[in-house]
Design a protein around this ligand. Structure first.
Ligand code: DC
Length: 226
C-alpha cells in the first residue's frame, strides 16, 4: 500500500501538535507526536531517579532503552493513542520538570537511535502526520510533504503559559519563556539531528496567525495531493 508522510517540524509551542492532530483527523491519517516519545523517556529518568549531580545515569538508561516499546492503542472512538509498554501517558509529561530535562535527553545518541527506529516502525503501513524537530531532515527525508513552523519566543511562551494555566500546571510566564529559549538553543545546537528546516520544507511563521489561519495555509499547500 502506498502511504503518505506529512512532516511537521519546528520550534516548541508553534502549534505543531494541535495542527498535526487536526490534519491527521481530517485526512484519516495517524498522528505521531514524537515529542511525546522524548518526554516519556525524560519522565522515566525522573521517576527512576537516574538524574543526579553528575547528570543522567546513561548506563542504566542505555540498558533500559531496548525494553521500551512504543505501539498503537486503538480507542473505541477510532483514535489511536501511543502506548509505551502498554501504558498511555498524559499530562504528567507536560510538567516543568520534564520540559526542563527533555532537550538534554533528546541529545543522547542512544535515545535518538532507539526512537528513530520506533518512529519508522510506527509509521509502517499507515499514512502519518508526524510532528517533531528532525522529521523532514532525518526520520523521513523523503516525506511527500514537509512544513517548518516558527514564531517569536515571546509569542510561543505566551501560548504555552496560557495552555499551562488552563490545565492548572504550575509555572510563571518568565519560567516558560526561559525554558523556550533554552530548549531552542539546545535543540538547534546538538550534534545529532539538530532542529533545522529541511531545505525543501515550506516555512510558516505563525507569530501573527491563529490556529485556524495556519490550518488553512497547510491545507492550501497540501491541495488535492493527499
Ligand atoms: O514537541 P515537544 O515540545 O513535546 O518536544 C519535546 C522535546 O523533544 C523538544 O525540546 C526537543 C525534543 N524532540 C526532538 O529532539 N526531536 C523530535 N523529533 C521531537 C522532539
Amino acid at each position: 500500500m502506498e502511504t503518505t508522510v506529512i512532516a511537521i517540524d519546528g520550534y516548541a509551542s508553534t502549534g505543531k501538535s494541535t495542527l498535526s492532530k487536526r490534519l491527521a483527523t481530517n485526512l484519516g491519517f495517524t498522528y505521531v507526536d514524537t515529542g511525546y516519545m522524548f518526554r516519556v523517556i525524560s519522565f522515566l529518568i525522573l521517576q527512576k531517579n537516574w538524574l543526579n549531580e553528575k547528570g543522567i545515569d546513561q548506563t542504566s538508561l542505555t540498558h533500559a532503552l531496548p525494553q521500551l516499546q512504543f505501539s498503537w492503542q486503538s480507542q473505541s472512538t477510532g483514535e489511536k493513542l501511543m502506548a509505551v509498554n502498554g501504558k498511555v501517558y498524559g499530562e504528567e509529561l507536560r510538567t516543568a520538570e520534564v520540559s526542563n530535562l527533555v532537550s538534554q535527553v533528546a541529545a543522547i545518541p542512544s535515545v535518538r537511535t532507539h526512537l528513530l527506529n520506533q518512529q519508522r516502525a510506527l509509521s509502517k503501513a499507515t499514512s502519518v502526520v508526524m510532528d517533531g524537530r528532525d522529521i523532514g531532515t532525518v526520520v523521513f527525508p523523503n516525506a511527500q510533504y514537509k512544513f517548518f513552523l516558527n514564531a517569536t519566543p515571546a509569542i510561543r511562551a505566551k501560548r504555552r503559559f496560557e495552555e499551562m494555566q488552563s490545565k492548572d500546571i504550575p509555572g510563571t510566564y518568565e519560567e516558560v519563556l526561559a525554558n523556550v529559549i533554552e530548549r531552542d538553543r539546545l535543540d538547534s545546537s546538538r550534534a545529532i539531528a539538530p532542529l533545522k528546516k529541511a531545505q525543501d520544507a515550506i516555512e510558516i511563521d505563525t507569530s501573527s496567525l491563529d490556529v485556524e489561519e495556519v490550518f488553512t495555509l497547510l491545507c492550501q499547500h497540501l491541495g488535492k495531493g493527499v
